[in-house]
Design a protein around this ligand. Structure first.
Ligand SMILES: NC(=O)c1ccc[n+]([C@@H]2O[C@H](COP(=O)([O-])OP(=O)(O)OC[C@H]3O[C@@H](n4cnc5c(N)ncnc54)[C@H](O)[C@@H]3O)[C@@H](O)[C@H]2O)c1
Length: 273
């Protein structure tokens, strides 16, 4: 069985832009897509386009605010109800624009945290709900975008997701779920015109590689102007890995993995999924 045929992918922020293009690529490869986004008109139009082209239902849209657990829960439940499960979760929804700077804006609690709620909270919450569904079967792709330009708050949110994704490396042993992040340096604003940009083709390729390449676990993929690269791992110096630590650290021990499996089973039961 290939990585796409009859697989069910939940994609947030796929009413337009990168998410839409990834959804399109997945449908073209034989997957079902479940789109969760705030933009209803665009989301419904994308779904109609995919379904019309396929001549059957291959896509569905649900109005979703990724900052709300109840919306993510409903989105993944819809995937299960409509297409019978969840194999792939692409937590792509994100914002930039006026929320990106953070440094010289008014000292406003709500305004400052909004980008964190969407870009970090949306991925963390989506990941947790996805995990409960995918733990029953399947494997995962997790997505993040990041910039190196002067947009501090935005960069903070995307770096947070890299840290989050790397911390999920143990899920492979616990629930056969792989989490990876995708990073690109594309940006639309005029004053970033000189920044070398990647193409939508490479961005979509990086998502597809997260899904296809089963060797990728807790990795960060870079969608660069000249193609897709797996980011070099930052390896901590040897002094951080004493034999005593390696024996005890839960992520390295069978007992730790077993404990995580028990916690996961409890979480699935508690969430009634
Ligand atoms: N386009 C770029 O240059 C670029 C570069 C780097 C990273 N990214 C990241 O890639 C992802 C997609 O970007 P894009 O360029 O396609 O942007 P986009 O604005 O075209 O699409 C983002 C989608 O997310 C949705 N969304 C926003 N907040 C949401 C919420 N709370 N709940 C549900 N959906 C929500 C929007 O409605 C929109 O459809 C984002 O995470 C973005 O930060 C984009």
């Amino acid at each position: 069985m290939d990585s796409y045929t009859s697989k069910v992918a939940v994609i947030t922020g796929a009413s337009r832009g990168i998410g839409y293009n990834v959804a399109k690529a997945l449908v073209e490869r034989g997957s079902y897509v479940v789109i969760g986004d705030l933009l209803e008109k665009e989301g419904e139009a994308a779904v109609k386009e995919f379904n019309d082209r396929a001549g059957r239902q291959v896509a569905i849209y649900l109005h979703t605010d990724v900052t709300k657990y109840k919306d993510s829960i409903a989105l993944f439940a819809l995937a299960e109800k409509t297409f019978g499960g969840v194999d792939i979760a692409i937590l792509n929804a994100g914002i930039a624009g006026r929320y990106s700077g953070g440094l010289f804006t008014p000292l406003d609690d709500r305004e400052d945290m909004h980008i964190h709620e969407v870009n970090v909270g949306g991925v963390v919450k989506g990941n947790k709900v996805a995990l409960l569904h995918m733990a029953k079967s399947g494997k995962g792709a997790n997505n993040v975008k990041i910039h190196d330009s002067n947009i501090a708050a935005y960069c903070a949110t995307k770096h947070a997701i890299v840290g989050w994704t790397k911390s999920l490396v143990g899920l492979q042993g616990v629930a056969n779920i792989r989490a990876n992040a995708d990073v690109d340096n594309q940006f639309q604003q005029q004053y970033f015109e000189t920044v070398p940009k990647t193409s939508m083709e490479y961005v979509v390729q990086s998502f597809l590689r997260c899904i296809e390449d089963t060797d990728l676990i807790g990795e960060v993929l870079l969608a660069l102007p000249d193609g897709v690269q797996v980011q070099d791992k930052y390896i901590l110096p040897e002094c951080c890995f004493t034999p005593e630590f390696m024996e005890q650290a839960p992520i390295f021990t069978e007992a730790g993995e077993q404990l995580a499996k028990e916690k996961l089973a409890k979480a699935i039961k508690a969430a009634n999924i």
